[in-house]
Design a protein around this ligand. Structure first.
Ligand code: HMG
Ligand code: MG
Length: 284
């Protein structure tokens, strides 16, 4: 089999946003520069959110200004509102991401808005991005379980994913934010979402809190998903999702996919170098 599966590297954003130590911008830049040699097409490196909410991402503009941009790599940034969108444009992000939740409890805790209010905030962002052909990715959080509201109905995930896709997001990344999904709940969620958004436009974004992320990736592969988000060294978590341990580790997903016979286009030795670097950043 030589079918391709893409890993979207989110370590410099999702991986680092939860770290307590104030990580110097120079260390973040060094990590991104290393990742740029690994063969990714897309790396999420920045987040233009309120520094009061997520202090660790305050240096995002400096990170985008300081990295050596590799040809063929798109450097992405999160944007919760128009202010974040403008900052991301000024910093020359190659693509941006809006992020919504499938559960009201997490939406309120994470972005201080209901799901509906958050989608209303995204409308002008998507409109502005369309005018300048800037790709916008859409995240849906808590796709199986929410730390505040409990299990998430698959139909609710499908509805939010459909709204973001219809507004113009080119891909919908489905977040198991607290890593409580199982192959069964992930499959039921994907079956519902696939009815509304083409599976070729879906990505799996699984945190590895309970050690089931690889099993959840396998369940997703069998339903046609071919893009997965991961963070080198398994860094990460979300400051507004208690108990959200790291994203599934990129090097672990890459090795697993290669074993299954998929092509990731990634260089395992560079991934290992980046993973070591990421772990050292965590240790401080
Ligand atoms: P708010 O307090 O409701 O809004 O926050 P506000 O408009 O009153 O703003 C509060 C302060 O932030 C103001 O400053 C604004 O100017 C400032 P003050 O007047 O108090 O000095 N502000 C900003 N500053 C910089 N950049 C901005 C910005 N916007 C306002 N863009 C808000 C609402 C959305 C801003 C806030 O809730 C926020 O920033 N939340 C972000 C939380 C976050 O980043 N969470 C982690 C990312 S999501 C995630 O990890 C999940 C994901 O990985 C998928 C998964 O795993 O499920 C994607
Ligand atoms: Mg996440």
């Amino acid at each position: 089999m030589d079918e391709r599966v893409e890993i979207f590297e989110v370590g410099p954003r999702d991986g680092l946003q939860n770290e307590k130590r104030e990580i110097p911008v120079s260390e973040k830049i060094a990590l991104v520069d290393c990742l740029s040699r690994a063969g990714f097409s897309r790396i999420e490196v920045a987040s233009f959110v309120s520094p009061k909410w997520v202090p660790q991402m305050a240096g995002s503009a400096e990170v985008l200004a300081g990295i050596r941009r590799a040809p063929g790599v798109r450097y992405a940034a999160l944007t919760p509102n128009m202010r974040g969108y403008e900052d991301a444009l000024a910093a020359k992000a190659d693509e941006i991401a809006v992020f919504a939740s499938a559960s009201e409890g997490f939406s309120k805790a994470n972005i201080n808005a209901t799901i509906e209010e958050s989608i209303e905030r995204f409308v002008p962002i998507l409109e502005a991005a369309r005018h300048i052909d800037l790709p916008v990715r859409g995240y849906v959080s808590c796709v199986t379980d929410c730390p505040y509201d409990g299990p998430t109905p698959p139909e609710k995930v499908a509805e939010v994913a459909d709204r973001l896709f219809s507004l113009g997001c080119y891909e919908i990344s489905l977040g198991d934010t607290i890593g409580q999904g199982t192959p069964d709940t992930i499959a039921r969620m994907l079956l519902a979402v696939r009815e509304r958004v083409p599976v070729t436009r879906l990505a799996g974004h699984y945190h590895d809190t309970a050690g089931r992320a690889i099993d959840n990736i396998d369940a997703s592969l069998s339903l046609g998903v071919r893009v997965f988000d991961a963070a080198v060294g398994g860094l990460g978590g979300c400051p507004y999702a208690p108990g959200a341990a790291g994203n599934v580790a990129t090097e672990k997903v890459a090795a697993h996919l290669e074993r299954l016979g998929y092509q990731t286009g990634l260089d395992a030795s560079v991934l290992q170098e980046a993973a070591d670097m990421a772990r050292a950043m965590r240790a401080g």
